[in-house]
Ligand binder design. Sequence first.
Ligand code: TYM
Length: 383
Amino acid sequence: MLPRVRHIGRDTLRQWSLAESILGSRRVPSQTVWSRDQSTTVTTPPKTIFSGIQPTGVPHLGNYLGALRQWVTLQSEAAKDTTLVYSLVDLHAITVQQDPKQLQQWKKESLAMLLAIGLDPNKSTIFHQSDIPAHAELMWILSCQASTGYLGRMTQWKDKTANEKDSSKKLKLGLLSYPVLQAADVLVHRATHVPVGHDQAQHLEFARELANGFNHTFGGDVLIPPETLISPARRVMSLKDPMAKMSKSHPNPNSRILLTDSEETIRRKIKAAVTDSMDGITYDPEGRPGVSNLIDILYHSDAHPAYSSQDELAKDLADLSMRELKDRVADTVETSIKHIRASYAHFLHDNDHLDSVAAQGAEKAAKSAAITMKAVKSAVGLG
Ligand code: TYM
């Protein structure tokens, strides 16, 4: 089966022209789509957006450009009847052993960060995954349908097992079954669209397969196979190893820009980014991965882009020195994330507000999940 993956266009407006066609126009209510001859109307059901992030430390620029910024765009641009659900997926975080105190702190910081990027709890449901037992419950039911062969072929599992070849004791079941939990996250809220970076595409294809398989086995349309919305900044690369994606787990902290980094730190990290010694600036992701990653970051961070592609931008940068390019990237990144740094400091210290947002989110998420669990349990004979 072909993957149902959409790549949304790059800046907010262009991005939105396609996203709008997916999620319903603001001029025309999303419920109603006029047919070509305008003589009849076709109704489409309201959309539900779901996405998640692991609360395992401060998100980096890859998380922001690859996912979080889309979440905020969708919140302000989606049709009015679209439901937006965003989760801090703490059950996913414990597939790697975590220090319990550290995890508690990260959960709080991550919630403050979702508010700092601009998510509004009155418009979006924001919640801690472990507050809603239905995620784990649906995971178990789906586990009874999921093929271990398929799970064992998934990239993330193969990458991790490659590093732990000699010690199968270290390989935990949770790491293998992680994609089933991810499928449950999406399916339990009847998500129609899931905005993510490219690294999550395979997991979401698996979620579609599970939903289709479940519906086929038990009859009816109990679960909704979701569509994946891949961000234009599909894969932001490490500043130190531009062949690998920027990640929270890379041992070198200079490989990533955190959303809380000061201007000085951003400049220092970008200045020290691995590039090459060729003359001039060109966009060539295979031949010049470091320089091309900087051009990608510049292209996707610019709030008022004047270029329609990285190649076009690179032509304008051709005569810059590497140092000038890095200064330009640092200026643009700082401009695009400085507002987040300021609001994060504000939200992090308001414990009462954070608690109330989490409680409000859990209440809404529990109601949403209960509807699916009722149908699922009834379909399999548990209800
Ligand atoms: P996580 O926490 O690793 O990442 C959160 C989001 O950030 C995106 N991302 C990137 N995008 C571009 N370039 C990068 N270098 C980069 N690094 C991370 C990810 O694609 C993701 O969208 N398994 C998921 C969390 C999850 C989830 C879900 C997502 C659990 N359940 C249901 C969507 C739907 C994860 O570990 O994301």
